[in-house]
Structure formats: structure tokens, C-alpha cells
Design a binder for this molecule. Structure first.
Ligand SMILES: Cc1cc2nc3c(=O)[nH]c(=O)nc-3n(C[C@H](O)[C@H](O)[C@H](O)COP(=O)(O)OP(=O)(O)OC[C@H]3O[C@@H](n4cnc5c(N)ncnc54)[C@H](O)[C@@H]3O)c2cc1C
Ligand code: SF4
Ligand code: SF4
Ligand code: SF4
Length: 389
């Protein structure tokens, strides 16, 4: 068979094949863990091989890009509070909207499902701000992007690296009016696990969860989440949340994330965005308690877009070796732990029991003491020790 059926669990779920199949015989359907995989109607498949040619995992060639590395922070302190790192995505997105363009990115729908959607106005953009650490649904979105590009509309597409690779592969050619931005990616947990977890948190808080911010800045740049019901707003260190903790430790991410074809410095996106973890040691003067972005400028298009932000940001060139120190996904995929074999088993039964067993957080007390000290305070203590030494 000359179709994508042999790819199995190496499939990253980008949905490029579903949107490119001329016979419309591929449908993305959830597996038992809740991740979307292509299912082929073999009766209608004509073995044309188009899906294989456009699959980023099977066929994408190296881009041949060498990134230029920067630490960047937005000067807009109000907007910095609404995003994850140094606020570069919101600025690039605003630049696109103000030039009459369309931005595609991940936002929650009314049921807190992460989906790729389009924004054509500044007010529609806000839902895309901030990282949602769950796989976003890209069904249908590449087709929408292509329609906009063919109309000559400036487009910014943002997503995980494999979603950008999926778009590049789906399009099969470059467009002058397309700018792509990927987030440096550690992996994505399943939408079903996230749904179950929101139900669990809602039950604990006594009301439906209306909003969940994975990386709020109520206590500064770091890993704090905010959960909101109609009556309650709670901010807590993310390592005390079983879902987040398991995600950070790479226990619940999609199988394809452990062999991620995008975990390389040769990026397919024009610009790559991440947290500049370790900037407090590498360049203490650049540290900002409201967040610092690691920005990789991979192409001349990316260069031009970043130059357009020059009056809105503070930016400084940095070394690639420094960027990698605390962001190893730039050069290699997340390591698969042995517990991944069974981590999803039981998720669909008694979830409270599942949390206690499968998502159990280790050494809570040790972690709690460590986390009581904020990122900013830790940095100040380190500096004091350095000066005294
Ligand atoms: C699943 C995931 C894993 C990540 N892993 C790392 C990591 O290991 N190390 C690191 O330094 N940074 C990681 N990031 C990137 C980081 O969290 C920030 O998203 C990035 O630095 C951009 O921040 P910002 O302040 O510029 O703007 P923000 O406003 O925070 O950027 C939001 C952007 O993220 C996109 N986005 C949000 N959620 C999703 C999603 N579920 N799927 C696809 N796109 C999404 C939006 O479309 C938008 O482009 C990850 C992001 C995601 C979504
Ligand atoms: S081989 Fe052709 S017809 Fe068959 S699933 Fe792939 S794209 Fe569709
Ligand atoms: S990686 Fe994307 S294109 Fe390839 S099989 Fe999976 S969903 Fe289809
Ligand atoms: S780790 Fe790789 S395969 Fe997994 S979601 Fe991120 S970019 Fe895609």
C-alpha cells in the first residue's frame, strides 16, 4: 500500500494527509489515549501516494537553515502578562493583523478544547496568547491557510514544530505572504487526558473550570498555573498539578514526540520561539521577572519580521550553545520513560484513583520547599553567593 498506514505511532497527528487526500478517504480519529490518528477508508483509496509525499514525518526534506539566536523581551509590560515568555508571538501577530493579514494559532474553544483557529482582528487574537500544553486540533486548518494565501492575504501560521512542518509539507511550495512561527516543543499530552483533568479539578473546586492558564504570570515568569471557575480563581505552582508535572517529566506526551523529526537546529519555521531558560546565569543583566524569550531567526523572512518589531522589543544576540543548555529539545527529542508504556491505562475509569497511582507526584514536600522560593528570589540568592565567592 502506497499510503500513510504503515507510519503507525510515529505519526505526529498534524492532519496534513487528511486535508491533501484527493479522494477524501482519510479521517483523523482518536485512539484509546485520545490522540488523533489517520484512519483510511481502504475501499476508496486509489493508492496514489499523495499522502505519503505530503506527510512531514515520512517525506519532509531538511530545510537547510542555520538559526541566529537572540534573547528578546517585549517593551509592552501589559501584554507580557498575557503570554508565556517574552511576548514575541503577540507582537508578530499584531504586526500581521495591522497589515490586513490573518493569524492562525491555538486557542481554547468554549469547552476548553485546544484548536487551531483564525484571527483577523486584534480582539480575536487574545485567545491565542499563552501556551496550552495539550495537542491542538489542526483538522481543516491547512486548507484555510492555503485559501488565504491564494487570495494574497498576509498570513502568520503558528504552532508546534510538527504542525509547521505539516503545513510546509501540505503546501508543497513557499509563499511570499506566509510567515511561519513554531514554538520549541517538548511534547504534547492527549486532549482526552486534559479534558478528564479539567473535570477532576472542577470537581475539587466545586464548579466547572471556565479557564485554565498553564503559564500565568501572577507570581512572575516561571511555571505557575491559574484555574478559574465562576466563583474561584486559584494560582499554584505547576509542579503540584499532576497533569503538568507528568507533562514536564515527559511521561504523557504523544508517542511521536520521543522520535520528533523536528528536534533539530535546522528549523522549518521562519522564527522559533521558546522560554530563554537559564538567561539569569548566561546574561543576568538581560533577565526580566516578566519573561524572556529565546528567539531563533531561521530565514530572511524571519529576519525581516523581527526587524519590523525593533521599536517594540529589547533584543540581544546570544550563543546557540547557551540556548541549548536548558532547552535540549533544540537538538534531541524528549526521552521516553519506561512508565510511558502504561501511563494512560486507567485514565478513562476512576480518575481520582488514576491521579493517585499513575500521575502521582514524587517528593511533594521537597518540591514544595523548593518552589516556595520564586524564580526571581532564587536568581538574587545565586547572585549574592557569586559576589561573596
Ligand atoms: C506544547 C508546547 C510545548 C512547549 N515546550 C517548550 C519547551 O520545552 N521549552 C521552551 O522553552 N518552550 C516551550 N514551548 C514554548 C513556550 O511555552 C511559549 O509558547 C513560547 O515561548 C512563545 O511565548 P510568547 O511569550 O512569545 O507568546 P505566547 O502568547 O505565549 O505564545 C502563544 C503561541 O503558542 C501557540 N500555542 C499555544 N498552545 C499551543 C498548542 N497546544 N499547540 C500549538 N501551538 C500552541 C499559539 O498558537 C501562539 O503562537 C512550548 C509550547 C507549547 C505550546
Ligand atoms: S494513497 Fe491517495 S487516495 Fe489513498 S489515502 Fe493516500 S492520498 Fe488518499
Ligand atoms: S504525520 Fe501528519 S501527514 Fe503524516 S500520517 Fe500523521 S497526520 Fe498524516
Ligand atoms: S515534540 Fe515534536 S512531534 Fe511532539 S508535538 Fe512537539 S513538535 Fe510535534
Amino acid at each position: 500500500m502506497n499510503n500513510i498506514s504503515a507510519l503507525g505511532k510515529k505519526c505526529c497527528g498534524c492532519a496534513a494527509c487528511e486535508q491533501v487526500c484527493p479522494k477524501h478517504c482519510i479521517q483523523m480519529k482518536p485512539d484509546e489515549e485520545g490522540f488523533l490518528y489517520p484512519v483510511i477508508d481502504t475501499e476508496s483509496c486509489v493508492d496514489c501516494g499523495v499522502c505519503v509525499k505530503r506527510c512531514p514525518v515520512l517525506s519532509l526534506k531538511p530545510a537547510g537553515n542555520t538559526p541566529k539566536v537572540f534573547s528578546v523581551k517585549s517593551k509592552d509590560t501589559e501584554m507580557l502578562q498575557k503570554c508565556t515568555s517574552g511576548g514575541v508571538f503577540p507582537l508578530l501577530a499584531l504586526q500581521t493583523i495591522r497589515s490586513g493579514g490573518t493569524v492562525f494559532g491555538c486557542a481554547y474553544d468554549k469547552s476548553l478544547r485546544a484548536r487551531h483557529t483564525a484571527a483577523r482582528t486584534e480582539s480575536e487574537l487574545e485567545a491565542m496568547f499563552g501556551s496550552k500544553y495539550v495537542q491542538s486540533d489542526t483538522r481543516g486548518v491547512y486548507t484555510e491557510v492555503k485559501d488565504e494565501l491564494q487570495k494574497g492575504v498576509p498570513v502568520l501560521f503558528s504552532g508546534t514544530s510538527c504542525q509547521v512542518a505539516g503545513l510546509v509539507s501540505f503546501l508543497g511550495r513557499d509563499y511570499d505572504n506566509l510567515l511561519t512561527v513554531d514554538v520549541l516543543c517538548h511534547g504534547v499530552p492527549s486532549p482526552l487526558l486534559f479534558k478528564r483533568h479539567m473535570e477532576y479539578l472542577g470537581k475539587k473546586l466545586g464548579g466547572e473550570v471556565k479557564n485554565f492558564t498553564f503559564r500565568c504570570k501572577d507570581k512572575g515568569w516561571g511555571v505557575f498555573y491559574r484555574v478559574e471557575t465562576a466563583d474561584i480563581k486559584k494560582v499554584e505552582h505547576s509542579h503540584f498539578d499532576p497533569y503538568f508535572s507528568a507533562f514536564v517529566e515527559g511521561k504523557t506526551v504523544r508517542e511521536s514526540c520521543y522520535s520528533c523529526v523536528c528536534a533539530t537546529p535546522d528549523r522549518h519555521a521562519d522564527i522559533t520561539l521558546a522560554d530563554f531558560w537559564g538567561i539569569d546565569d548566561i546574561d543576568p543583566k538581560f533577565f526580566d521577572k516578566n519573561g524572556v524569550s529565546l528567539v531563533l531567526v531561521n530565514t530572511t523572512k524571519g529576519d525581516k519580521a523581527m526587524n519590523g518589531l525593533s521599536s517594540d522589543i529589547i533584543s540581544k544576540p546570544q550563543k546557540f550553545e547557551d540556548a541549548v543548555k536548558k532547552n535540549s529539545n533544540l537538538i534531541k527529542p524528549t526521552k521516553r520513560p519506561a512508565c510511558r508504556d502504561t501511563i494512560y491505562q486507567g485514565m478513562d475509569g476512576n480518575y481520582e484513583e488514576y491521579v493517585k497511582t499513575k500521575l502521582k507526584i514524587k517528593s511533594v514536600l521537597k518540591k514544595r520547599i523548593k518552589m516556595l522560593v520564586s524564580f526571581d528570589t532564587k536568581r538574587k540568592i545565586k547572585q549574592l553567593i557569586k559576589h561573596r565567592g
